[in-house]
Ligand binder design. Structure first.
Ligand code: ADP
Length: 163
């Protein structure tokens, strides 16, 4: 059977424990995962290449993530799906609010590409409260962020405080 590759797109600005948990769980469902770090969109805290570099560091450190690769991506998600011949896009769901946004995103992508599929994974209960925006807020005050983000991200935040 052909290898089943899924895309995991996001801003990951910065990567949190919630993001990594979704990726870990997705590796059990698909043969390969391409993490797509969004270059465009919302105002960014870190440049895309920095966010991608941190993902690579996290992936290298964990055998369970060996089937994952990382790239910076600009453009339409449906074009990335076509380019990678991906069978699905993975997104995490923390709340009904996430779901509303995700539902629209899925619907629009489906209009652009009728065979577009999203696989939604529910956030792990204890990680569902974590968001990149709250991490950015906490980072401003120089707190210990290890309960929220993986170690390389905590170190990078400590070494590179926000503007
Ligand atoms: P985007 O800007 O594309 O929403 P994010 O980096 O905010 O990118 O999120 C990427 C994906 O990870 C989204 O599907 C989001 O719902 C999910 N996600 C974010 N935080 C968590 C969390 N704590 N637990 C599980 N999934 C999460």
């Amino acid at each position: 059977m052909a290898e089943r590759l899924a895309l995991y797109p996001g801003s990951f600005d910065p990567i949190t424990h919630g993001h990594v948990d979704i990726l870990r769980r997705a590796t059990r469902l698909f043969d390969r995962i391409a993490v797509l770090v969004a270059a465009e969109g919302k105002a960014r805290f870190w440049p895309a290449e920095r966010r991608a570099q941190l993902w690579r560091e996290i992936i290298r450190a964990e055998d369970a993530l060996a089937s994952c690769e990382v790239e910076v991506y600009a453009g339409l998600l449906v074009d990335a799906v076509a380019g990678h011949q991906a069978v699905a896009v993975i997104r995490g769901l923390r709340s009904a609010r996430d779901f509303e946004q995700e539902w629209s995103l899925h619907g629009v992508n489906r209009k652009l590409r009728p065979d577009f599929e999203t696989v939604w994974l529910p956030a792990r209960e204890d990680l569902a409260v974590i968001s990149s925006s709250l991490v950015r807020e906490a980072a401003r005050f120089g707190g210990d962020l290890t309960a929220l983000v993986p170690e390389p991200v905590a170190a990078a935040l400590a070494a590179w405080p926000p503007r």
